[in-house]
Write a protein that binds this ligand. Structure first.
Ligand SMILES: [Zn+2]
Length: 324
């Protein structure tokens, strides 16, 4: 009998649910705008309805479990969403218990970045590896780490807030309140801010024309760099170097076989890659210098496939839960 995984990607704006096989092939999917303003009960009802929709054509006995990727800090052992700024009224929500009550299937929940790492490892560029790091670079920087074929969770699932490693002690203020975090320096938001500052100083560039009166984003800088705009090329080089510094730290700490990069910035990875590689070759110790750092493969499906991949962690988490 075909066995199924259900993946629930709970985003602040969109809720997406899939049914996939154990190889990461999606067979059914549904999505709705998240009822974020209506509190946890309304969202739990939405999740239940979408799970019913993607499982209507199959025998529910063939479902291995349901995985839910949620934004912000999540305690995967307790099954609790601790806090999430994107969802109103979500504080210490026992999401696993709430869902299991309704759908009578085993539920595993996790932080969305950890879920994405797990998904990319099982179904994407990390397949077959034992030690793997996934980094997502978009408005912020997040990620997850697989070591010895296991997702690294740490106490209360709090490991690997890689976006908040300090890169520059006197750098810009980060959303977390600290100064000079990797995400404050090397995220898409940081690149857009650097571009805006340079343009405000009167620098000549194609970037404003490409932004077409919209606020400048990282993708506009990348597009200008592709047209050989000197300012954009310099900004990309700086961003690539800052990304590279964080990558050197990750290589030294985790010694992965590969680092995969997802998120919005990964679409322009070919532009950043030479600068990242230069910093890695300059700064990393010799055994770490040749580790591939490449774009992730799951693209827009990384959230839902990652959530489905969380199901594979269920047994291990249950064992931790039951430990006296
Ligand atoms: Zn920070």
């Amino acid at each position: 009998m075909m066995k199924w995984l259900i993946g629930v990607d709970l985003g602040g704006t969109q809720l997406r649910v899939i049914r996939t096989d154990h190889r990461g092939k999606i067979h059914a999917q549904e999505r709705v705008p998240t009822a974020a303003a209506d509190g946890p009960t309304a969202v739990v009802e939405q999740i239940e309805a979408l799970i019913n929709a993607v499982t209507s054509a199959i025998d529910r006995a063939a479902i291995t479990g349901v995985g839910v990727g949620a934004p912000g800090p999540v305690d995967p052992v307790a099954g609790v969403v601790l806090e999430t700024p994107n969802l109103q009224g979500w504080r210490n929500v026992p999401l696993r218990a709430l869902l299991e009550e309704r759908i009578t299937l085993p539920v595993t929940i996790g932080n969305d970045a950890n879920a994405a790492a797990l998904g990319e490892w099982l179904f994407g560029s990390g397949q077959g590896l034992h030690h793997f790091v996934y980094v997502t670079i978009s408005t912020g920087i997040g990620g997850g780490v697989i070591m010895h074929d296991q997702l690294l969770l740490g106490r209360n699932g709090g490991a690997n807030e890689i976006g908040h490693m300090t890169i520059q002690r006197d750098g810009p203020v980060c959303g977390c309140g600290n100064v000079g975090c990797w995400e404050a320096l090397a995220s898409g938001t940081a690149l857009a801010r650097a571009a805006t500052l340079a343009l405000n100083r009167g620098r000549d560039s194609l970037i404003p024309q490409l932004a077409d009166a919209e606020p400048i984003k990282a993708q506009h800088v990348a597009a200008a760099a592709r047209r050989a705009d000197p300012l954009a090329q310099r900004l990309i080089a700086q961003a690539g170097e800052l990304i590279g510094i964080g990558m050197v730290n990750l290589l030294h700490i985790y010694a992965p076989e590969r680092i995969a990069v997802g998120g919005g910035m990964a679409k322009d990875w070919d532009l950043f890659a030479p600068h990242v590689r230069r910093i890695v070759v300059e700064d990393a110790m010799p055994p770490y210098r040749t580790t591939p750092i490449e774009p992730a493969r799951l693209g827009g499906n990384v959230g839902v496939l990652g959530a489905a991949a969380l199901v594979t962690q269920h047994t291990g988490l249950a064992a931790q839960r039951d430990r006296p």
